[in-house]
Design a protein around this ligand. Structure first.
Ligand code: HEM
Length: 463
């Protein structure tokens, strides 16, 4: 059998030493150059096949979806007990995902009917930003809280105040885990790393944070159970609790409180950090490209003015703003290797065999920086998404939400959030570096998500 090529592994640790050599992006891009689009790594007992390039990803994740959709059993997914949506596989995943998608949609998730709720959240955020009176500040904490409220209002049925200490602690835990690079890196694949005394890879801390996240939602679910009225369903938790009751008689029912708990954590974890981070990237790029910020602001002024905030029906009339958002999604590269998939059977592809039960890592990074799709790929150039008539083009080339059956479940909501938050902030404020300072250096930190290093800026009211 012909396995995909890759660096020669050492005994026991495999290619572990190659991956921790430094910048993971550089290492992975270098390996692609050396071994080709489909290369493999060995980590402990795990085989990992890294898939690069738009066509290979489409071929494997879409056309061969029958054998590339499951999740492997690695550290990050065991945190979700292989239940719920993100970490689950097979028929259980299919059923839970379909149920969640359909019921969330009933509550307006990602649809126009939910727009007013997101807009209110944006308004709250803008008012808070305004209260800094143009003084330099770091927006991460409040943007995380604001974004998570959008998912909370549908799932838990209420929003949380920015100064709610319990909620702040909760959002903090999430951030801490998201920053932990071990979750996407070696820890995920090499079980022996978790046993090293002193917890150098933060495995215990991660598990502990996850436990606290689950506890937060367990309390919410318990309170919902006490007040449940099946004729008046308030939110997603209520809908799910009703389904548990409906299926009580069936011995094989997959609708359990444990599943609900994991789905809640899934939605919260997958839906907060990603969107909030993309917005922070957009702000960072706009601070470094004042001309682009001015153009965006001018488009908003011409189309909407300053009398009312932007709404979704303005989107087709704001192609330049939309191009800035697409370029932030692409260059921000927030989930560079998506989440691990599994080969559920031997897959013969381009003369290689990707062995059954090995991990498939989709490199979305390889698409975001593909020079053929995006010439001068490392530069921030919204114009690449506009044709000669200023109309939007090439949106489909951006694969930030992955593809195939595992495609991001929150894509529609995320796109709505990105549009409303970014255009509203630009309409109301001019983003400037802190007084007397240069704009923040465009640098990221690769954890679960690739996010900008902490930075401060001034948001100066335009009125
Ligand atoms: C800019 C924002 C976002 C980006 C870039 C993003 C990106 C992604 C990516 C790359 C994946 C992995 C797909 C794969 O395994 O191949 C994913 C999965 C997922 N996302 Fe998102 N996401 C975003 C926002 C959201 C939001 C707002 C939600 C929901 C509230 C959400 C919920 C999920 C869920 C539940 C999954 C797991 C799907 C599954 O395993 O079946 N995401 N997302």
């Amino acid at each position: 059998t012909h396995y995909p090529p890759g660096p020669t592994p050492f005994p026991i640790i495999g290619n572990f030493h190659t991956l921790v050599k430094g910048d993971l992006f550089k290492v992975m891009r270098g390996l692609r150059k050396e071994y080709g689009d489909i290369f493999s790594l060995s980590l402990g007992k795990q085989w990992v096949t890294v898939v690069n390039g738009n066509e290979n990803l489409r071929e494997l994740l879409v056309k061969r979806a029958d054998v590339t959709t499951d999740r492997p059993s690695c550290f990050v997914f065991r945190q979700g007990k292989n239940k719920g949506i993100v970490s689950a596989s097979g028929s259980s995943w299919k059923q839970q995902r379909a149920f969640a998608v359909s019921k969330l949609r009933d509550f307006g998730f990602g649809k126009r009917s939910f727009e007013s709720s997101v807009s209110e959240e944006v308004e709250q955020l803008c008012n808070l930003v305004n209260s800094y009176n143009g003084k330099a500040f770091d927006i991460s904490g409040i943007i995380h809280t604001s974004i998570s409220n959008n998912v909370m209002s549908i799932t838990v049925g209420r929003r949380f105040d920015y100064d709610d200490p319990k909620f702040q602690q909760f959002v903090y835990l999430l951030n801490e885990n998201a920053k932990n690079s071990a979750l996407v890196g070696p820890l995920n694949f090499a079980p022996f790393l978790r046993k090293i005394p002193g917890d150098p890879f933060g495995a215990k801390q991660i598990s502990n944070n996850v436990r606290q996240t689950f506890q937060f939602f367990r309390t919410e679910i318990n309170e919902h159970e006490k007040t449940l009225d099946t004729d008046n369903l308030r939110d997603f938790i209520d809908v799910y609790l009703k389904e548990i009751k409906n299926q009580e008689e069936e011995e094989t029912s997959e609708f359990t409180a444990g599943q609900l708990l994991t789905i809640m954590a899934d939605l919260f974890v997958a839906g907060t950090e990603t969107t909030a981070t993309t917005i922070r990237w957009a702000i960072m790029y706009l601070l470094n490209n004042m001309d682009i910020q001015k153009k965006m602001c001018k488009e908003i002024e011409d189309v909407i003015g300053s009398g009312r905030p932007p709404c979704m029906s303005d989107k087709p009339n704001l192609p330049y703003c939309e191009a800035v958002i697409l370029e932030s999604l692409r260059l921000g590269n927030v989930v560079p290797y998506a989440l691990p998939h599994k080969a559920s059977d031997d897959i013969v592809y381009k003369g290689f065999t990707i062995p059954k039960d090995s991990i498939i890592l989709p490199s979305l990074d390889s698409v975001a920086f593909d020079e053929k799709l995006f010439p001068d790929a490392h530069s921030f150039k919204p114009e690449r998404f506009l044709d000669e008539n200023g109309r939007l083009c090439g949106q489909d080339k951006v694969l930030s939400f992955s593809l195939g059956r595992r495609v991001c479940l929150g894509e529609a909501l995320a796109r709505m959030e990105l549009f409303l938050y970014i255009t509203s902030l630009v309409q109301r404020f001019e983003f400037l570096p802190p007084e007397g300072k240069n704009p923040p250096v465009i640098k990221g930190n690769l954890g679960v998500t690739y996010c900008p290093k902490a930075f401060e800026f001034r948001a100066v009211s335009r009125s």
